[in-house]
Design a protein around this ligand. Structure first.
Ligand SMILES: [Zn+2]
Length: 137
């Protein structure tokens, strides 16, 4: 069981469904997921990005775009293992799936006392978005 806290402008019911689906794709449950918007003010105006954060023990923060923005592509941290490409995120739902899957994968690494390998967490995000598209089509 987990607690899902939604402070974004998206409907909580839908946010919770997406978060649980993403956790299912990774095959791990976490203690708490907080979903909020990522907004940054720059010289060029308001910019939106995405940000994920994992706290050892099982808390995730997923920061997603506000409703009026389209998300940027998912850019993997590291190409060392070479398998996760940069890929498009079509909407906030896919962005949320990718973020939660990435951070949930870190929880799996933590549970197994494995190092936090970013390339593997990125791959988990990539796979999760693929499953999501298949399930939604
Ligand atoms: Zn990471």
């Amino acid at each position: 069981m987990n607690t899902i806290v939604n402070t974004s402008n998206y409907p909580t019911r839908e946010v919770k469904k997406i978060v649980r689906r993403a956790l299912g794709y990774v095959g791990v449950d976490v203690r708490r997921v907080t979903v909020q918007h990522f907004v940054k003010r720059t010289w060029a105006g308001e910019r939106t990005w995405m940000g994920g954060w994992y706290q050892p023990g099982g808390a995730i923060v997923a920061k997603i775009v506000k409703p009026e923005y389209k998300p940027h592509d998912y850019v993997p941290y590291s190409r060392k293992r070479g398998t996760c490409p940069r890929f498009e995120l079509r909407d906030w739902r896919e962005q949320l799936v990718a973020l939660v899957a990435h951070e949930a994968y870190h929880h799996r690494q933590w549970l197994r006392s494995e190092p936090y390998v970013e390339a593997d967490a990125d791959l988990a995000a990539y796979r999760a978005v693929g499953y999501w598209r298949e399930d939604e089509s």
